[in-house]
Design a binder for this molecule. Sequence first.
Ligand code: PNS
Length: 167
Amino acid sequence: MKRAIYPGSFDPCTLGHLDIIKRAANMVDELVVGVLINKAKTPLFSPEYRVSMLKEVTKDIPNVKVESFEGLLADFARQKDANIIVRGLRIVTDFEFELQVAQTNRMLNSDLETIFLTTSLEYSYLSSTTVRETAAFGGDISKFVPPELVDTINEKVAAKFKEDKNE
Ligand code: PNS
């Protein structure tokens, strides 16, 4: 079985992420979307919530699974018996960092191959950071994220904004 992992922070999941998920799922038998639990960062959404958002938007893609992971991606891949990592490339500057990470992952787990999918043109400007920022200032995020996530993201961002103001 050809199993791949598409890892990321997904804070939150964007249409660009979903585009990569759909295209990668077409290339393998099973795609595991790996949501990073990074204790060094404070994400807007908890890992559980990020997993549930991804499950919601991928529920109609039968060979996609969503799981969280902690620690090294190379270890998570071993644990999942996956030897392919999928990453999306938006702009050329993404490549420098991604190449370094791919080579590090290969040193840590020699079975691992990283494949890069170029982001579809209409999403090449998109990132989770710009989605959070747009939502924080009341902008329309409906062109950036799957429709079923628009309200939940806006609510969460508004609640966080209020919380920060009261601190
Ligand atoms: O969506 P992101 O934040 O660009 O995803 C980055 C991710 C999760 C792919 C990367 O940070 C990662 O794999 N982290 C786990 C730790 C690890 O294995 N790092 C690679 C060795 S440097």
